[in-house]
Write a protein that binds this ligand. Structure first.
Ligand SMILES: [Zn+2]
Length: 410
């Protein structure tokens, strides 16, 4: 017999191919594309089979609802996203939805009714791979969407407003009383669980993030005739700064990370000492204080390096995302369910953003991470063991049982 975990994994695999991918080579499924529509149709079938009523909201989220013991009871929302990056793996996003569907399938086949409803949300544009925006659909549901954010156009010149009714879009919002809590199962997208030899981890929160654009100016010069001691080399200075950022993060706690992901040498040439360079700096940690102290230290070192090399330095902060802590009581329930499922409990911070951090504005949130091989994601090589998905299902079912018992003590 195929277990629910194996079926959840197999369904993600099935959705990684056309017509559920916009591309014949590898999985690409962007918000509101033909593949997005085909995927929603397939998911609607699976949700209905699992005993849910299915609807699509004005932000083009797909929602399945399994009623509780009384009609119109508030819902535990289990969700994740069905859109993907370009040339994606099969599990980043969809696995959380499939595990939600399997959780409901187990409830309905055993005739279990809860003091709350369970709703499965398949969110739309978590990755932001089509429009220059991200998490529009969960922001609409959480009621935190600024309507101005909907004025976006994709690279083919298609406006979001050509595809959906922008005036109706914010009506996807749920009232706080309708949603009890939000649970998201997601692949870790990092190597920590694998290194710990664990299938699962309880997420303590989503990391606080700072992003900067850094510019350096020196003096352009002839690569053959300018003696080393006379140079003001904007690339050499940038290289030293990249390593300084790495050193600061490496010396900190494990969830502190710093990344230079873009480096540019405007009008660079092989025979010219660079007069200008620019790069990005992204700093994250579970705790905003840790993040801020690290960013301060990195920028202090940048100033020292610039001064010693006689380079002009400009620093522009472009992003400040606060940390989104998960709910402590829900984390405890997840851990109790983890122990009951025979797994060692383990807590970790999410370095990546997820719909959960948006939903935190609406209700308490919890996240369960699943080990993925090599920590690889955003890559066709993404892989999850069906046995790990089965363990996640056991924990999600245990979590729901405990949440029910908490709301309706025997
Ligand atoms: Zn994701």
């Amino acid at each position: 017999m195929v277990t629910g975990g194996a079926r959840a994994v197999a369904r993600c695999d099935a959705l990684a191919l056309p017509p559920f991918s916009d591309s014949a080579e590898g999985l690409t499924r962007t918000y509101l594309s033909p593949a997005y529509g085909a995927t929603q149709e397939k998911l609607a079938e699976w949700m209905a089979e699992a005993g849910m009523t299915v609807r699509r909201d004005s932000a083009a989220n797909l929602i399945g609802r399994y009623e509780g013991r009384v009609a119109h009871a508030p819902a535990l929302v289990i969700g994740s996203h069905i859109d993907s990056v370009r040339n994606a793996g099969a599990y980043d996003g969809p696995l959380g939805i499939m595990l939600g569907i399997e959780t409901v399938a187990a409830l309905s086949s055993s005739g279990t009714q809860l003091p709350f409803a369970v709703e499965i949300y398949a969110f739309g544009d978590e990755e932001g791979s089509r429009f220059p925006a991200a998490m529009l659909t969960s922001r609409a549901v959480a009621g935190t969407l600024d309507p101005a954010a909907l004025d976006v156009t994709d690279r083919d010149g298609v406006r979001l407003g050509d595809l959906v009714d922008l005036a109706a879009y914010p009506s996807a919002a749920r009232a706080p009383g309708e949603v009890l809590a939000y649970l998201e199962a997601h692949i870790e997208q990092g190597p920590v669980l694998e290194a710990e030899g664990l299938a699962l981890g309880t997420v303590t929160g989503i990391a606080a993030q700072l992003r900067f654009e850094i510019g350096l100016s020196g003096t352009a010069g002839h690569a053959g005739t300018t003696a080393m001691g006379l140079r003001r080399d904007a690339v050499a200075g940038m290289a030293e700064m990249v390593l300084a950022a790495e050193a600061v993060a490496t010396a900190g706690p494990p969830d502190l990370v710093a990344t230079v992901g873009v480096v540019e040498v405007p009008s660079g040439a092989a025979n010219v000492i660079a007069g200008r360079s620019r790069f990005t700096l992204d700093v994250r940690a579970g705790d905003a204080g840790v993040r801020d102290r690290a960013a301060d230290e990195v920028l202090r070192r940048f100033r020292d390096i610039a001064e010693r090399r006689d380079l002009g330095l400009s620093v522009r902060q472009v992003h400040d995302l606060p940390a989104s802590p998960c709910d402590p009581a829900l984390m405890d329930l997840l851990e109790e369910a983890t122990v009951a499922a025979g797994q060692r409990p383990f807590r970790l911070v999410s370095g990546a953003g997820h719909d959960a951090m948006i939903m935190a504005a609406l209700c308490p949130t919890a996240m369960l991470f699943l080990r993925c091989r090599g920590g690889v994601s955003h890559n066709p090589a993404e892989y999850v063991e069906p046995a790990d998905a089965e363990a996640a299902l056991a924990v999600m079912s245990g979590f729901i049982k405990r949440l029910g018992a908490k709301l309706e003590p025997a």
